[in-house]
Write a protein that binds this ligand. Structure first.
Ligand code: ADP
Ligand code: GLC
Length: 493
């Protein structure tokens, strides 16, 4: 089965969050399970530089949205790990360095509607009768997030351009429903859809054009990245306006938990750590902790529990709760090391916190892949108090690094962390800590429970070792996706 995996980021070439990790790890896992998978990425400078052996395929694309006059080419090359990847070489749309969605001023690029309509159109062009790549025609198009949301719409609404004997199946994966690609109504003038599509039963969404909504409406199958989140997004609280449509399509919606690429995230063979360690030999973890305390200007004290945060700093991530609970955590003997970047008020809050608690709180504002690994290894606890979390990957990395996740019970966090209740500790099931309501009171209570358990090193070690042996590899999810692709293909037939 041939799968075109349409995504706007992919580690290590371009990454703003977990989508990049999934785009890097799921395609090779699918390939190992027997699928023929190729990525389609926007031709950002980092993509054109990072793909090897790039060469044009097929004819230039004459009618790409947002490209009046010019006819960009599709290039084909290889990811560093050998996965084949197409890049849409449209410099006027994608030839901008830095963040893929925002300019240096922190605002969304004003032409994002055209940029990602072009990506989706190019994906659809692979299915046109003449084909875009004469040597490779996909059986299924797997679109990710709003950036690829128009892919299913183009296949369904433009059979004149993309129709062929056998329409490929389409799958849309929602990685985060909070980001929807919502654009003004006059976007319709630019994106080559029939004007009849501007309707509730179509791409219209709250008085504009919704790219994620379009995908949710037209895709053969919908997935999201954890079973709990697939239920949550059908509710008023978490559906962000799409709950009605998703409830209607519930029979086509499933939750498949993300996996971890243990080739990248394994403390036994992670080149970014000062010392390796494993569940059998935890010695190196102490070395990692001391090095981390040094790097963050914290007191070098083995006995102080060290909590870490590695996150985008946004309201959804619930880190304002950490800001408020940190005083008591430090007073109880704890330390805190934070790596993150995001909303200015939250960045400022963490800087302030570090200034108030020298030696106990260290903060690095910025994005640093190497440091994120060293935090996972050197910390005792990883805090993920998200208000919503479709899946969350950092808690899965923490488990593998024997760093106990302390999470709010929502989305994928609820599906992957087993709270250290007395019963769960006794029967050896516990892997971390979790709390219910997003309140300072609840997170503080949870932190106190963690502190108490930390004073029992034998118990803590046993939980950490158990956490490290949990398997969240990509093999099982890859099999689920393959099954889903078959279902999408059958739907399209
Ligand atoms: P989300 O995609 O919502 O940001 P995930 O937990 O799925 O959340 O994925 C976050 C990814 O981004 C992880 O790989 C995490 O290590 C990484 N990450 C987040 N912030 C930073 C940062 N400041 N520096 C380095 N890596 C980061
Ligand atoms: C999104 C979600 C995160 C998820 C990631 C990968 O960014 O916020 O929870 O892990 O996508 O699916």
């Amino acid at each position: 089965m041939r799968i075109l995996f349409v995504t706007s980021e992919c580690y290590p070439l371009v990454k703003t969050g977990g989508l990049a990790d999934v785009s890097a790890a799921l395609p090779p896992a699918l390939a190992r399970a027997g699928a023929d998978v190729r990525l389609l990425l926007p031709g950002y400078p980092a993509v054109l530089k990072g793909l090897s052996g790039l060469a044009p395929v097929g004819d230039p694309i004459p009618d790409l949205p947002g490209m009046a006059g010019a006819a960009p080419r599709m290039l084909l090359g290889l990811m560093p790990d050998g996965t084949p990847a197409y890049a849409l070489d449209a410099p006027t749309l994608f030839g901008r360095p830095g963040n893929p969605y925002m300019g240096p001023d922190g605002r969304d690029w004003p032409d994002n509607a055209q940029r990602f309509a072009a990506l989706a159109w190019a994906a659809a062009a692979f299915t046109a009768p003449a084909g875009l790549d004469p040597w490779w025609r996909p059986d299924v198009l797997h679109a990710h997030d709003w950036q690829a949301g128009l892919v299913p719409a183009y296949l369904r609404l433009r059979p004149d351009r993309f129709g062929s004997e056998q329409r490929p199946g389409t799958v849309l994966t929602i990685h985060n429903i909070a980001y929807q690609g919502q654009f003004p109504p006059w976007t319709m003038g630019d994106i080559h859809l029939p004007s009849s599509a501007y309707a509730m039963d179509g791409v219209e969404y709250y008085g504009g054009v919704g790219y994620l909504k379009a995908g949710c409406y037209y895709a053969d199958r919908l997935t999201t990245v954890s079973p709990t989140y697939s239920q949550e997004i059908q509710t008023d609280e978490q559906g962000a306006g799409l709950e009605g449509l998703l409830s209607v399509r519930a029979g086509r919606l499933s939750g498949i938990l993300n996996g971890v690429d243990y080739g990248v995230w394994d403390p036994a063979r992670d080149p970014l750590l000062p010392a390796p360690y494993s569940a059998e030999d935890m010695g190196g973890k102490a070395v990692c902790k001391t090095a981390l305390q040094e790097a963050f200007g914290l007191e070098r004290a083995a006995a102080r529990p060290l909590a870490a945060v590695v996150s985008r700093l946004t309201w959804h991530k619930g880190l304002d709760l950490v800001l408020e609970a940190a005083g008591a955590w430090v007073a109880g003997g704890g330390q805190l090391a934070v790596l993150g970047t995001g909303e200015p008020w939250m960045e400022q809050g963490f800087r302030q916190l570090a200034a108030w608690h020298p030696g106990s709180v260290g903060v690095r504002i910025g994005y640093d892949e190497g440091l994120s690994h060293r935090l996972q290894a050197g910390a005792d606890l990883l805090l993920v108090p998200s208000r919503s979390e479709p899946c969350g990957l950092t808690q899965l990395y923490a488990l593998k690094y024997g760093t106990l996740p302390l999470v709010r019970r929502t989305g994928g966090l609820a599906d992957t962390v087993i709270d250290a209740t007395p019963a769960a500790v006794n029967d050896g099931a516990a892997t971390g800590f979790s709390f219910g309501a997003a309140t300072v009171r609840e997170i503080s209570f949870c932190l106190r429970r963690a502190l108490a358990l930390y004073r029992r090193p034998d118990r803590w070690q046993a939980i950490a070792r158990h956490a490290m042996t949990r398997d969240f590899g990509w093999e099982a999810p890859a099999r689920e996706y393959l099954e889903l692709y078959r279902a999408a293909q059958a739907d399209a037939a």
